[in-house]
Design a protein around this ligand. Structure first.
Ligand code: SAM
Length: 194
């Protein structure tokens, strides 16, 4: 992805009223794997500034629900079918979500640590976040539910991919074209929790 393509995504997001160009990574995954449907209950970890929530809330509609989590507050207004928990995701327990719904259809995580430039430290933190998303998914998802989590590729990613493939009927790693080409981020998809 060249700088000018990234700028294009930035301007497209502004024009379409999205809080961030991250939206186009989720949109691409959704177009390809059809992860979002009307009426779904969804968790969105690392949801600030709020573009994934904007997209998901529209896709799941008034009978659906999106519960977002971030350390930072949301930067854009959200629809009535959303809830927001401001906290560090490592403090979260499955019970923190049960007041919103007994179980969920999809767990999303676009959470990313603030990068330090020390590659292995950044990867370790990102893998820990993706593992947290995986653990919450196993506790909160209905059978057949799905997981999409960002992770920085490196030591520990392969083990996580193996775990996703064991827990779900289908496990995949996806690099959206809206990701910067030199970025080490990928998205792990688990579909159909066993
Ligand atoms: C790439 S941004 C997410 C963008 C979002 N998907 C959107 O479309 O607007 C990553 C987010 O992860 C959040 N984050 C990082 N560490 C976190 C933590 N320990 N707990 C909760 N959120 C965290 C950051 O605050 C940041 O907002």
């Amino acid at each position: 992805m060249t700088r000018s393509n990234l700028d294009n995504y930035y301007h497209k997001a502004k024009k379409e009223g999205y809080a961030a160009r991250s939206i186009y990574k989720l949109e691409e995954i959704d177009r390809r794997y059809h992860i979002l449907k009307s009426g779904m209950k969804v968790v969105d970890l690392g949801c600030h500034p709020g573009s994934w929530m904007q997209y998901v809330s529209r896709k799941v509609g008034p009978k659906g629900l999106v519960v977002g989590v971030d350390i930072q507050p949301l930067a854009v207004a959200q629809s009535a079918n959303t809830r927001f928990i401001q906290t560090d995701l490592f403090n979260l327990k499955a019970d923190d979500f049960r007041k919103y719904a007994e179980s969920f259809d999809l767990i999303l995580s676009d959470a990313a640590p603030r990068t330090t430039g020390v590659h292995h430290a950044d990867v370790d933190k990102s893998v820990a976040m993706a593992e947290k998303a995986f653990d919450l998914a196993r506790e909160l998802l209905k059978p057949g539910g799905g997981l999409v989590t960002k992770v920085f590729f490196g030591a520990g990613t392969d083990d996580l991919i193996k775990k996703v493939k064991i827990a779900f009927k289908l496990g995949k790693a996806h690099k959206p074209s809206a990701s910067k080409s030199k970025s080490k981020e990928i998205y792990l998809l688990g579909m159909g929790l066993k």
